[in-house]
Write a protein that binds this ligand. Structure first.
Ligand code: PGA
Length: 250
């Protein structure tokens, strides 16, 4: 069975406990037969050690949800890219809309977080996406291009090493998914922007996120520029996440 080439990433957000993680991860690992897409779970920083040990040697990669824009030093509460690297973290989400919205992360901060991750050999999953107000004002393209441009500006020479996730803020946790056509239109804009910035013709994966679930995953993944998914709520339920991994494996 060949690799499907899709990348499916669970974003647990601030959920889980040692006990709950043990059952979720063991249920996931026992259901991975037939899964041939790339798959990862982004867990809270406090649970990296547990997840690293439970996932060791498995087909499920380990990810984190945030990383400091600073290298080390007097930044109380922050977790550095080198610290994540110590737990064999492969991916880190940067610039999630919840970080931008509730923790004041600017485009510049997000770009520096991506840079720290890349310097530590961790793939940043750079999130972009417009708010409901921006969506309704017809500003979607301008907003996502501005957000991605900051990351390209700071990381130009290694931009082909990143992953991008398009997550319309109005679709996150709301049950309102972008239609496959809406997602494809934005992904095509991001694709063109990335192609203009990459020297080689490497394909930067562009994931869709925002109320992706077992029912809508196939239609979204069928779009030519949708290379996978970033999945919040549905990634906390093993049967749902597994069925999405299987849909991405065809
Ligand atoms: P959701 O979250 O799947 O629960 O909408 C996606 C995300 O925020 O990454």
């Amino acid at each position: 069975m060949g690799m499907s080439g899709k990348l499916m990433v669970g974003n647990w957000k601030m959920n889980g406990s040692l006990a709950a993680n043990t059952s979720l991860l063991s249920e996931l690992l026992s259901g991975m037969g037939g899964v041939n897409c790339l798959a990862a779970v982004c867990v809270p920083a406090t649970h990296l050690a547990q997840a690293q040990s439970l996932l060791a040697g498995s087909a499920l990669a380990l990810g984190a949800q945030d990383v400091s824009a600073h290298e080390s030093g007097a930044y109380t509460g922050e977790v550095s890219a080198a610290m994540l690297r110590d737990f064999a973290v492969r991916y880190v989400i940067v610039g999630h809309s919840e970080r931008r919205q509730f923790h004041g992360e600017t485009d510049t901060v997000v770009a520096h977080k991506a840079q720290r991750a890349l310097a530590a050999g961790i793939t940043p999953i750079v999130c972009v996406g417009e708010s409901l107000a921006e969506h309704e004002a017809g500003q979607t393209e301008a907003v996502v291009k501005r957000q991605l441009a900051a990351v390209i500006h700071t990381n130009g020479h290694c931009i082909s090493e990143i992953v991008v996730a398009y997550e319309p803020v109005w679709a996150i946790g709301t049950g309102l998914t972008a239609t496959p056509e809406q997602a494809q239109a934005v992904h095509a804009v991001l694709r063109a922007q990335l192609q203009a910035a990459t020297a080689h013709s490497q394909r930067v994966p562009i994931l869709y996120g925002g109320s992706m679930n077992a029912g809508n995953v196939a239609g979204l993944l069928a779009q030519p520029d949708v290379d996978g998914g970033l999945i919040g709520g549905a990634s906390l339920k093993a049967p749902d996440f597994l069925s999405m991994l299987k849909a991405a494996s065809r």
